[in-house]
Design a protein around this ligand. Structure first.
Ligand code: SAM
Ligand code: SF4
Ligand code: SF4
Length: 333
């Protein structure tokens, strides 16, 4: 079995299918940086669906069992169900998707028909004004909620609903989010605001900790912890004492989980990153377009993964000096 330098297997692959997005979430693609003149990737630099499927098959042969399509906003990529269908045909592979939900009402049914099994929708507030301010393109929350309903109707339930919590911005909406999805089967996953990329002006003071989040929900809807069954799971799980379901908290700032991290990331331009906080990636597109065989591609991946020592979150401290890092919208969450 392929393991990295710290003994961690390669199990999950996140594939960014585009670096573009129709939102400008303040914590991810701030408008001042991702403005009208921003140089997004030219189409020729973006991997085709055939290229993505080939790379994914090589990763599956090396141990990957789950692929998550992400971005940028993956639903902006034309005909995404075609890629889902190609990946759903790969044996031993689960295909999932993370989306801002803006186009889900129209695409949920074709995606489910193509073989998508699960979807995660990002939703930072139920309050329309607060949501519009966070996506910073004035997108109404009702359309994302319609997307969630469409996904459930298409058989993609239960969904995961990701909420990034940033102090002073949407922290007062934590409990409302729990209430909205309590009893529905959908699982809210609160995400500590992270210092990914180098453009969002992250400060430790802006992080609402997992402990604070759980305490706030627990005061209104009592919770108990759920034991972790999968070491590579990113979320700490809690269940409602009244049987109303579960929540998760991704505490990558206050409770780092690098020890079980089995995730690799492929950017839209075919670079392999071994950590969300990486500064550089390995150009697999050059290997692919240089005419390498599947064995040649597998060798390139093996060389990168077996040398991997990443554990950024465990090493992070308030004193971490700023350094240029790849943006989250480039390599996916
Ligand atoms: N556009 C899609 C979406 O928003 O779901 C997929 C890509 S987005 C980069 C993936 C996830 O990363 C989203 O749930 C988003 O909220 C999260 N994310 C982005 N920036 C973040 C940050 N600074 N801290 C924590 N999570 C972040
Ligand atoms: Fe776009 Fe997702 Fe980043 Fe928001 S979090 S700007 S929806 S990529
Ligand atoms: Fe994995 Fe890097 Fe996140 Fe640690 S910081 S859990 S190694 S992606």
């Amino acid at each position: 079995m392929l393991t990295d330098a710290l003994g961690r297997p390669l199990r999950d692959l996140r594939v960014s299918v585009t670096d573009r997005c129709n939102f400008r979430c303040v914590y991810c693609m701030p408008k001042e940086v991702f403005g009208p003149g921003h140089p997004f990737l030219p189409r020729s630099e973006v991997l085709s669906y055939e290229e993505i499927a080939r790379v994914v098959r090589v990763f599956v042969a090396l141990g990957v069992r789950k692929v998550r399509l992400t971005g940028g906003e993956p639903l902006l990529r034309r005909d995404l169900p075609r890629l889902v269908e190609m990946l759903a045909a790969v044996p031993d592979l689960e295909v999932t998707l993370t989306t801002n939900g803006s186009a889900l009402a129209a695409l949920a049914a074709p995606l489910a028909q193509a073989g998508l099994r699960r979807v995660t929708v990002s939703l930072d507030s139920l309050d329309d004004a607060e949501f519009r301010a966070m996506n910073d393109v004035d997108f109404p929350v009702a359309r994302v909620l319609a997307g969630i309903d469409a996904a459930a109707a298409a058989g993609l339930a239960p969904l995961k609903v990701n909420m990034v919590v940033k102090r002073g911005l949407n922290d007062r909406s934590v409990v409302a989010m729990a209430r909205r999805f309590h009893g529905t089967g959908h699982v809210v996953r609160y995400i500590e605001y992270m210092d990914v990329g180098s453009t969002n002006g992250w400060r430790l003071d802006d992080v609402v900790t997992a402990e604070e989040i759980v305490a706030a929900v627990h005061r209104e809807l009592p919770l108990e912890p759920v034991p972790r069954d999968d070491p590579s799971e990113t979320a700490l799980r809690w269940r409602y004492l009244d049987g109303g379901g579960e929540i998760g908290v991704v505490a990558s700032v206050t409770r780092a989980f690098c020890g079980g991290c089995s995730r690799a990331r492929l950017s839209a331009d075919g670079h392999l990153y071994t950590c969300l906080f990486a500064t550089t990636g390995t150009d697999l597109k050059a290997v692919l377009r240089g005419g390498a065989s599947d064995d040649g591609l597998a060798d390139a991946v093996r060389a990168v993964w077996s040398a991997r020592t990443d554990r950024y979150s465990e090493l992070r401290s308030a004193a971490t000096p700023p350094r240029p890092r790849v943006e989250m919208s480039f390599i996916g969450g």
